[in-house]
Design a protein around this ligand. Structure first.
Ligand code: PEP
Ligand code: MN
Length: 360
C-alpha cells in the first residue's frame, strides 16, 4: 500500500484553523448525560462528539456500555447541537447498527486492532463506506499490526481513513496508563505522511493532569488532532473517571496549546524544526529513562558485592564492556572518543551508586 493524499481528503476538506478535536465521554451513560455534555461542547473547537456505546472491558463485571439505545442519544446530539458523532465499533453487528443510526465517524479500539480476524470483519462490514474510520494502535507496541489494519480497511475501499495513537500497554510501572512509544507513531508518520494521525492523551496518561503536556508533544510532532475524554462530572463517570476532563477544562487546554500552522516557507521551516526537536526530546527522555534503569541494575550488583564483600571496581569486566561498546558505537556512526567519554561517565556514576550501597 502506498501513501495517498486521498486518505486525508476528509480532513483537508474541513479546512480547520486548529487540530481536529474529538471529545465527549468515555461512555454514554444516560440520555441526559450524553445530551448535557454535548450542549456543553457545542460552541467550542470540538468537531466530533465521541461516546462509547459498547465498552471493551479487560475484566468482566465492569460497566460494558449501554448498547444500541445509546445510538439514539447520539442522533439526538446531532439534531440538537449539530455536532458530528463518533463511536467505537468492534464487530459487524456494531457496524451495522452504527451505520443505521448515521454515526459520522467510527473507530476501531486498541483491543480490536490486535485481531486481524476482527479487523477484517469490520473492514468487510464497512466496505465502500464514505464514513470516516480511525484505527487505534493495537494494545501491544507492534507497528505491523497497526499498519496491517490500515491496509485491510484501505483494501476494502474505505478511503476516509486515519489512525489514533493511544499508547501501548506495558508490564513496567510508569507514570502513564499506556506508554506513548512516540517513536512508533513517528515511524508510522514517515511511512504514511498523508494518513491523518490523532493523539488520544486520555488513554495514554490515564490522568487528567497530564493531558495538556501529552497533547502539546503530539502537536509538536505534527499530529492532526486530539481525542480527549470529556465529562461534566469526571469523578463520577461510569468508566475511566481519573482521565476525563470537564468541558471547561477542555476549552482551556485548547486555548493554551501552542498550535503551529504551515502557511508559508518560514512556517514550514519552523514546523520541520519543531518536529525534529520534538523527536530529540522524546529520545532524550528515553536516554534518561534507560540510564536510570541501568543504575538500578547497578545497585543490584552493589548489593550482591556487599554480601560477598567484593571490591566495587573490577577492571577486566569494565575493559570487556568498553571494547564491545566501541565497536557497537562505530556501527552507529559514533566516534571512539565519544563512546569512551560517555562510558567513563556512566561507569563513574555506577561506581558512585555501588559505593553508596556498600558503605551504607
Ligand atoms: C475508548 O476510547 O474509550 C477506548 C476504550 O479506548 P482504547 O481502545 O484506546 O482502550
Ligand atoms: Mn475510555
Amino acid at each position: 500500500m502506498e501513501n495517498s493524499k486521498e486518505m486525508r481528503k476528509w480532513l483537508d476538506d474541513m479546512a480547520l484553523p486548529h487540530p481536529l478535536v474529538i471529545a465527549g465521554p468515555c461512555s454514554a451513560e444516560t440520555e441526559d448525560q450524553v445530551l448535557k455534555i454535548a450542549h456543553n461542547l457545542k460552541d467550542t473547537d470540538v468537531n466530533y462528539y465521541r461516546a462509547g456505546i459498547w465498552k471493551p472491558r479487560t475484566r468482566p463485571g465492569n460497566f460494558e456500555g449501554v448498547g444500541a439505545i445509546g445510538l439514539k442519544w447520539l442522533q439526538k446530539v446531532k439534531d440538537e447541537t449539530g455536532l458530528k458523532t463518533a463511536t467505537e465499533v468492534a464487530n459487524r453487528a456494531h457496524v451495522d447498527l452504527a451505520l443505521e443510526h448515521d454515526v459520522d465517524l467510527l473507530w476501531i479500539g486498541a483491543r480490536s486492532t490486535v485481531s486481524p480476524f476482527i479487523v477484517q470483519e469490520i473492514a468487510d462490514a464497512l466496505e465502500g463506506t464514505d464514513k470516516i474510520v480511525l484505527i487505534k494502535n493495537p494494545v501491544n507496541p507492534d507497528l505491523s499490526l497497526w499498519l496491517g489494519a490500515v491496509e485491510r480497511l484501505y483494501s476494502a475501499d474505505i478511503k476516509n481513513l486515519g489512525v489514533i495513537h493511544r499508547g501501548f500497554s506495558t508490564y513496567e510501572k510508569t507514570k502513564y496508563r499506556n506508554i506513548p512509544e512516540w517513536q512508533l507513531a513517528i515511524e508510522l508518520q514517515s511511512k504514511f505522511p498523508d494518513l491523518p494521525i490523532i493523539n488520544d492523551p486520555s488513554h495514554i496518561t490515564g490522568k487528567r493532569d497530564m493531558i495538556f503536556d501529552v497533547s502539546q508533544t503530539a502537536l509538536d510532532l505534527n499530529f492532526d488532532g486530539l481525542m480527549i475524554e470529556t465529562h461534566y462530572d469526571p469523578d463520577n463517570a461510569w468508566s475511566d473517571a481519573a482521565q476525563q476532563v470537564t468541558p471547561q477544562r477542555l476549552v482551556q487546554i485548547m486555548n493554551d496549546l501552542r498550535i503551529r500552522k504551515e502557511t508559508d516557507e518560514e512556517a514550514e521551516y519552523n514546523s520541520k524544526l519543531n518536529n525534529l526537536r520534538a523527536q530529540i526530546d522524546v529520545i532524550d527522555n528515553q536516554l534518561i529513562d534507560t540510564l536510570g534503569k541501568r543504575m538500578k541494575v547497578s545497585d543490584g550488583i552493589g548489593k550482591l558485592k556487599k554480601q560477598r564483600n567484593v571490591a566495587v571496581l573490577q577492571s577486566n569486566r569494565w575493559n570487556a564492556i568498553l571494547g564491545k561498546m566501541i565497536l557497537e558505537g562505530e556501527s552507529q556512526g559514533l566516534s571512539e572518543e565519544f563512546v569512551l567519554r560517555m562510558f567513563k561517565a556512566i561507569h563513574q556514576e555506577s561506581i558512585n551508586h555501588q559505593e553508596k550501597i556498600i558503605n551504607k
